[in-house]
Each structure stands twice: as structure tokens, then as C-alpha cells.
Design a protein around this ligand. Structure first.
Ligand code: NAD
Length: 501
């Protein structure tokens, strides 16, 4: 992935988007982007550096101060965003196919995401003119109120697993709030951001309001985070990178929101509807080839039903159809990039070395329908202890660890005994248990008798090492704003100037 090379005729060449124009990188260098289904490069992506980052931030800063953007009434901003939402709908097929090629996501999953992404922009378009301060009665002779103001230039750093969706989670509230944005897509999946931004232009957003800088994290991302004109970093990615960006941003006291990884417990009680719980376990770990931050990668099963549940789960998971992600009936696609493919296989070896039992899969998929692609067999381990690395570290692939438990207390203890806290699932028909488990689990999202559901109306984010701040929902807009308190005196006479008023 990291190789740079002269530009061959056959690969599509993708430039960055700065100040309303597609521009070549200052370095003049490009790197290959791969199709994970064929394991072959299909495009060349501009290799951005600090010079490109500076150009993009300067453009966003100018746009933030321009009458074309700052002078818009929030309703007009909303109207532009609605137009963008409609354009995403109209271009969904093309955007979806592009993402499948660059990322290996299933076309069926992309169809679902691209029905949804426009709703996110519509939702935040609707909020743009409903961001209201309050009149507050201070205990002083003054008329006092608050107003929420945009921050300025915001940087959105996006991972490779769901690029268009996670872009919308950031861009929607950032634009509704009146900011300008520089997006930095993952070096593994830059193509969709560059296609999407054509729609931003078509929708009529002024030049410089949305910019895209492509390239590697250290070369193109880091200078964005360090740039003195940037006021906020909205990051989704690994906890290691998130911790590094958090400390970098601290130097200038920049606002940060972090959506990081997870090792989420999906907990099945003996009183659950087991047919649904089996489907929920599969949705938790094999959907999106396990490459989701909310993967239910630790399946906690009550001991009394453990063996029966494992048999049913394995029987169902075995039927998953692997292969070409462009085919609508494929259920498990490739891993998105070679380092991640090797990392997943490495974790399978770690687990085997820790003494687990492999009851499904356990290696590279050598099926004819998988060709040379980066496919891993859906893998299920039993006999996992919660202190093993396979139970504590995020694999980000189709690898499930099953851990038995005795009762509610033990389920909570095991479920919470991990550094992450992004999500949790609970399967039970007992309402009291559902409520108490949802209270006791340390996770930003708890699903009961469902898994992997998100909505633009519901706040999303992590406890503990899974992150800071919340995306989605109304409160996300305030993550991109600052509050100003305004005091207007109603007193005839100024009070004693030597005493606090
Ligand atoms: P990553 O942390 O390696 O990279 C994420 C992004 O950060 C990429 O665009 C990368 O180029 C950029 N980056 C890397 N170093 C940087 C630096 N020094 N300065 C600025 N930018 C830098 O993560 P990834 O491998 O792309 O994504 C997978 C991870 O993302 C998983 O851990 C997963 O759990 C997490 N994730 C979390 C959520 C969530 O909402 N909580 C959603 C999806 C993915």
C-alpha cells in the first residue's frame, strides 16, 4: 500500500480537493489504492504533505470568514445541505460501487448505507436553523443570554471501514453549525471522499467550505492536527492514533472528539429468544467482515445453554456466503487492506497459542470464489478466558471469542473487564434483567434483543478508552460550537468598580 511509483497510464489518478479545485499534491507523488477482492491496485492517490495541509486549512479559514459562507442565514446553509443530501441519493449507485471497489464493502451494505447517508444530511440540515441560545436570568441588573457560535476550521479524520457514513457523521453537524472543514480520508480508502466532494461542489457550497487532503497519517494528517488555524479535530480510528492526536491537540488547546475502538460484549442469557440471539451474534461479528468498531467480538453465553448455543451459531455462521462483494447475495467480503488482513491472521495465531478451541474457520479463506483477495474465514473460538489477548484486544475482523458465564453478576464483571466501552448487547426476555443490565454495562450504547443499530437521532460514542464526545443526535452540533455569554446592563449607574459585579 505504501509504495509510491511513477504514474502508469492504466491506473486512475485521484487528486486532492482544495478550495474548490482538484489539485496535484505538492510532492508530485501518488500511491496505489488496492481493490481488496483482487488484491491488485486500481487507482493512484495524491500523497499529501504539510504544504497541502496548509493550503487546505488556509482555504477553509478564508471560507470561514467569507460573506459567501458566514453571511448565509442558517436556513440557507440548511438548504445547501438538503441539496447535498439529494445529490447523494441520486448518485448512490455510483458512490456505492466505487466504495466496493476501493474498500471491499458489500454492495448490499453500501446500498443500505447510501439510503441512510442522505438522511443524516437532511437531519442536520433541519437542525441548522434551530440552534438556539437561551435567555438566562442572571442575578444582576442585566439582560443576559447565550449564543452558540461555530468554532472555525474543523478537521475530520476518517478511518477505512465506513468512509462515506463516518464522513457524514462529522460533516453534517460541522456544516450545520457553520464551520468549514478539511477531511482526511484513510490512505486505504480515499476514492469515495474525492467523488463525494464533487457533489458538495454541485450542491453549491462555496469554495473552501469542504476540502479533502489525501495521504498518510503522519504526512498529511499530522500537519492538519498541528495547524494553528484548526480549532477542532473530529477523529474516528484506532485508540492508539486517537491518544496521539489528543496529546498533539492539547498543545494548542484544540477541541477534540474521538470515536475509537471497541471490544464489545454481546451477552446471551438462558431466557433469550435463541433464534434471534444467534442472528444477533452473527450480525455482531460477521457483518462488514467484523470490521466495525461496534463488533460484538466477545460473545458471553450463559453456561446452561453454552453448548447448544455454540452448535446453533456455528451451523448458521457456516452458511455465510463469501466472495465477490459486488454480488448482492454475498454476505462476507474481504478484509479491506493487506496489513489488516495480516493482523487478523496474526490474532488467529495468537488465540490458538493461548489454547482456545477453534470451532469454525481459523485461517485464510482458500475458497475458489475468494480468488486472490484478502479473505479470512469466519472464525469462532470457544474456551476463551477474558484475560487472554484475543478477549482484550481489538481484532477488527471476523473473529469471535466465546466466553461462558454463570449469572448476571459474572456477565457484568466480564463484560466490563476491558479497557474499551463502545457498545454492548443483551439477549433476554426478562424486562427487569434488560433494564438492570443496560444500567450496569459500561458502554456508550447498549442494545437489548438487537445489535448493530445506529440512528442519526441517537447519540453515539464511547466510554473509557473508546472515546470522547458524542456523534449523531442533536448534541453533536454543540460539539462543533462554542457558547458565548452576553451581558447587557440594565442599571442606570455603574456599581463600585473595585468590587466584582
Ligand atoms: P487509524 O487510527 O490507523 O487511522 C484512522 C485515520 O487516522 C486515517 O485516516 C489515518 O490516516 C489517520 N492518521 C493516522 N495517524 C495520524 C496522525 N499522526 N495524524 C493525523 N491522522 C492520522 O485507524 P484505521 O485503521 O483507519 O481504522 C480502524 C480503527 O477505527 C479501529 O480501531 C476501529 O475500532 C476504529 N473505528 C472506530 C469507530 C467509532 O465510531 N468508534 C468507527 C469506525 C472505526
Amino acid at each position: 500500500m505504501a509504495s509510491t511509483m511513477p504514474v502508469p497510464e492504466t491506473l486512475e489518478k485521484l487528486d486532492m480537493y482544495i478550495d474548490g479545485e482538484f489539485v496535484e499534491p505538492a510532492s508530485g507523488e501518488y500511491f496505489e489504492s488496492f481493490d481488496p477482492y483482487t488484491a491488485k491496485p486500481w487507482a493512484l492517490v495524491a500523497r499529501g504533505n504539510a504544504e497541502d495541509a496548509d493550503r487546505a486549512v488556509q482555504a477553509a479559514h478564508r471560507a470561514f470568514q467569507s460573506p459567501e459562507w458566514r453571511g448565509l442565514h442558517p436556513s440557507q446553509r440548511g438548504a445547501l445541505m438538503r441539496r447535498l443530501a439529494d445529490l447523494v441519493s441520486e448518485n448512490a449507485q455510483r458512490l456505492g460501487e466505487l466504495e466496493v471497489r476501493d474498500n471491499g464493502k458489500l454492495l448490499s451494505e453500501m446500498a443500505g448505507q447510501l439510503r441512510y447517508v442522505p438522511s443524516i444530511y437532511h437531519y442536520y440540515a433541519g437542525l441548522a436553523d434551530k440552534i438556539e441560545g437561551s435567555v438566562i436570568h442572571a442575578d444582576k441588573p442585566a439582560f443576559t443570554f447565550t449564543r452558540h457560535e461555530p468554532l472555525g476550521v474543523c478537521v475530520g479524520i476518517i478511518p477505512w471501514n465506513s468512509p462515506l457514513m463516518l464522513t457524514a457523521w462529522k460533516l453534517g453537524p460541522a456544516l450545520a453549525a457553520g464551520n468549514t472543514v478539511v477531511l482526511k480520508p484513510s490512505e486505504y480508502t480515499s476514492a469515495s471522499a474525492l467523488e463525494f466532494v464533487k457533489l458538495v461542489e454541485q450542491a453549491g457550497l462555496p469554495n473552501g467550505v469542504v476540502n479533502v487532503v489525501t495521504g498518510f497519517g503522519a504526512e498529511a494528517g499530522q500537519p492538519l492536527v498541528e495547524h494553528p488555524l484548526v480549532r477542532k479535530i473530529a477523529f474516528t480510528g484506532s485508540d492508539r492514533t486517537g491518544a496521539h492526536l489528543y496529546s498533539t491537540a492539547a498543545r494548542d488547546i484544540k477541541r477534540v472528539s474521538l470515536e475509537l475502538g471497541g471490544k464489545s460484549p454481546n451477552i446471551v442469557f438462558e431466557d433469550a429468544n435463541l433464534d434471534n440471539a444467534v442472528k444477533g451474534a452473527v450480525a455482531g461479528i460477521f457483518a462488514a467482515t467484523g470490521q466495525t468498531c461496534i463488533a460484538g467480538s466477545r460473545l458471553l453465553v450463559q453456561r446452561s445453554i453454552h453448548d447448544e448455543f455454540v452448535d446453533r451459531l456455528v451451523a448458521f455462521a457456516k452458511t455465510a456466503k463469501m466472495g465477490n462483494p459486488m454480488l448482492l447475495d454475498t454476505q462476507v467480503g474481504p478484509v479491506t487492506n493487506l496489513p489488516q488482513f495480516e493482523k487478523v491472521l496474526g490474532y488467529i495465531d495468537v488465540a490458538k497459542g493461548e489454547g482456545v478451541e477453534t470451532v469454525l474457520g481459523g485461517g485464510r479463506a482458500e475458497r475458489p470464489e475468494c480468488g486472490d483477495g484478502w479473505f479470512v474465514e469466519p472464525t469462532i473460538f470457544t474456551g476463551v478466558r477474558n484475560d487472554m489477548r484475543i478477549a482484550q484486544e481489538e481484532v477488527f475482523g471476523p473473529v469471535l471469542s466465546i466466553i461462558p458465564f454463570e449469572d448476571d453478576d459474572e456477565a457484568v464483571a466480564i463484560g466490563n473487564d476491558v479497557v474499551f466501552g463502545l457498545a454492548a448487547g443483551v439477549w433476554t426476555e426478562n424486562m427487569r434483567r434488560a433494564i438492570t443490565m443496560s444500567e450496569r454495562l459500561q458502554a456508550g450504547t447498549v442494545w437489548v434483543n438487537m445489535y448493530r443499530a445506529v440512528s442519526y437521532t441517537m447519540p453515539f460514542g464511547g466510554y473509557k478508552r473508546s472515546g470522547l464526545g458524542r456523534e449523531l443526535g442533536q448534541q453533536a452540533v454543540l460539539e462543533y460550537m462554542q457558547t458565548k455569554s452576553v451581558w447587557i446592563s440594565t442599571a442606570q449607574e455603574m456599581a463600585n468598580p473595585f468590587v466584582i459585579g
